[in-house]
Design a protein around this ligand. Structure first.
Ligand code: NI
Length: 383
């Protein structure tokens, strides 16, 4: 018989251990070893599915299969807190709460194991590496571990939400996060004789203004779209016009169509300005993580289960940040949810300090959600 008070304390201890030994994306070797060891203490078998870091555990048997996912990586941030389980790795910190996510999903795995014989299928528990670099979800997808999975669920803690609060939404939730680099190649020369040059600085100024018209004049203003130029580099002296200017920025959208339109429009504007000013402009567009789109029925089930578990349920706002869980939801139906962690300082802040009492309720929540998702699939015959 599982003693929940013991488990509660155990999850906190494990979270502290993870927090003490944070590891960067793709380097979560010690974390993976720990997770493996802790799960084996509860007779839960794990498999790597060929992943270098991270691991996967199955509870129950047969079909359908639903997955629950925790991310396990930390950030290159130097912790500025002095609690007893502070990071011992200089310059690395669990500043996004993935230690809490891991501890919660460990708890779900153990709670599910205790009721394994009652499960109507398999719960596949994913401890995913490298969320922060937006590559881990693709590694898990490429491993084949999700090929037979009918639904997938995951969460992020949200510092702005009070403890005991839950939020999600049907449809678009997190954004497409894309990045672009622009190189303007002109002809440098004497600042006093600009007519002999093709000044890339003036061209950069035109381009910076012109790309702002993409959101205001090319995209339906009811759609979300942000275009931000975040870096401008040119020149080395006060009296020399440089040969090149480099710009960099990001585009945030929620629909695939708007995403494509922005890319096309950005390239078109660059070409037009290049022609007008007789310079060369190249645009290098890098598709980042896809927008996270929750399936409506699973988002509704996730809300229903949260209500039953005693959470205060809210409608989540749209986010313009990214979450690589979106890659799963491009291929598998499911839902991603927010759980309040009530931290004064936000995610990725060196003094971020989430309230860890969210762990056990979150563990119970995902055990209940996975169980009910299996039952729903079973009833609907979606096996
Ligand atoms: Ni995170």
């Amino acid at each position: 018989m599982l003693n929940t008070d013991v488990l509660k304390q155990q999850l906190l201890d494990w979270r502290h251990e993870l927090h003490r030994h944070p590891e960067l994306s793709g380097q979560e070797h010690h974390t993976t070893e720990n997770l493996k060891k802790w799960l084996s203490e509860y007779n839960i078998k794990t498999s790597s599915w060929g992943l270098k870091t991270g691991l996967i555990a199955d509870i129950g048997s047969g079909y359908p299969i639903v997955a629950i996912r925790a991310d396990i990586d930390a950030l290159p941030i130097h912790e500025q807190l002095s609690h007893e389980f502070r990071s011992i790795h200089t310059g690395v910190m669990h500043a996004c709460g993935h230690d809490l996510h891991s501890a919660s999903i460990l708890g779900s795995a153990i709670l599910l194991k205790a009721k394994e014989s009652e499960l109507k299928g398999t719960v596949r528990v994913i401890f995913q590496p490298a969320e922060e670099t937006y590559s881990g979800a693709y590694d898990v997808l490429n491993s084949g571990a999700l090929a037979q999975v009918s639904a997938i669920f995951g969460f992020h803690n949200v510092p702005e939400l009070p403890l005991g609060t839950f939020a999600t939404r049907a449809g678009a939730f997190y954004a497409n996060v894309d990045r672009f680099k622009i190189l303007i190649k002109g002809i440098g020369g004497h600042a006093g004789r600009p007519h002999e040059t093709k000044d890339p600085v003036v061209v950069a100024a035109q381009l910076i203004s012109a790309v702002q018209t993409i959101t205001s004049r090319s995209i339906n203003n009811l759609d979300t779209c942000v275009v931000s130029i975040t870096q401008v580099h040119a020149g080395t002296s006060w009296n020399v016009l440089p040969e090149e200017a480099h710009l960099e920025g990001t585009v945030r959208t929620h629909s695939a169509e708007v995403r494509k339109t922005v890319e096309q429009k950005l390239k078109q504007i660059a070409q037009g300005i290049a022609l007008a000013y007789s310079v060369d402009i190249s645009v290098d567009w890098d598709n980042g993580p896809a927008a996270l789109i929750n399936s409506t029925p699973w988002a509704e089930l996730s809300q229903k289960v949260a209500q039953a578990q005693g959470y205060e349920v809210q409608e989540a706002p749209l986010y313009l940040i990214g979450e690589d869980f979106g890659a799963y939801l491009e291929r598998i139906p499911g839902a991603f949810v927010s759980i309040g962690s009530a931290s004064t300082y936000g995610l990725h802040h060196p003094q971020y300090q989430p309230n860890e009492s969210l762990i056990f309720p979150a563990a119970q929540y995902f055990a209940a959600l996975a169980t009910q998702a299996l039952e729903t699939l079973h009833t609907n015959n979606e096996v």
